[in-house]
Design a protein around this ligand. Sequence first.
Ligand code: PLP
Length: 231
Amino acid sequence: MSIADNLAIIREKIAAAARRAGRDPAEVRLVAVSKTKPAEAVDEAARAGQRLFGENYVQEFTAKAPAVREAVEWHFIGHLQSNKVKSLAGLVSMIHSVDRLSLAEEIDRQWGRLGAVCDILVQVNIAGEATKSGTSAAELVALVRAVAALPHLRVQGLMTMPPFFDDPEGARPYFRQLKRLAGIVAAEGIPNVAMAELSMGMSGDFEAAVEEGATLVRVGTALFGEREYRL
Ligand SMILES: *Cc1c(COP(=O)(O)O)cnc(C)c1O
């Protein structure tokens, strides 16, 4: 199966899941997760109509992006160290993985130097897994409040990575919980905060995520094929 074939299938599944939930399929954007895949794979997907790509590793991304020939938009979705933010400034239109104030302050500083504003999502570790990044649900409102006070950031919503399940239904309660948390944050009416975006769902469970309200689904393997393992 070509990337174009995979893309068509994924788009169809997203649209069907949206319709099942009574949602407009246009509310859901596909983030094509191209980590470990070469620039040529990004170009191939772009020529098949995909415009938005997600990357996880700063060094890999900054090497790959200039080699991509098609006009694409990038989101950063991986765990981010503050000292690497500088390399992303101006190159990505959204960062999905803001999980602490110190990271937000560095994004604010670097985008501020460009006179720009960075759209960000706050990552929530709903299950409290030690191996995953993200703020706890209990600390979420306080973190959003602090981040929202920074002038060169705009909080657009929340992101989560649920625990791994073989059955996509296992992830569904976590998607529901992220949506509920977004409602709680929205009800606080914090200036500079929109809870318009919910980034949730990957290759194994994006249909359940769309049914539960995802506006950004992050799909890698189902589009590009298996990755070489990487720790
Ligand atoms: C790798 C990755 C994905 C995509 O995972 P697949 O299972 O390959 O679709 C999505 N989100 C994040 C944060 C990732 O690191």
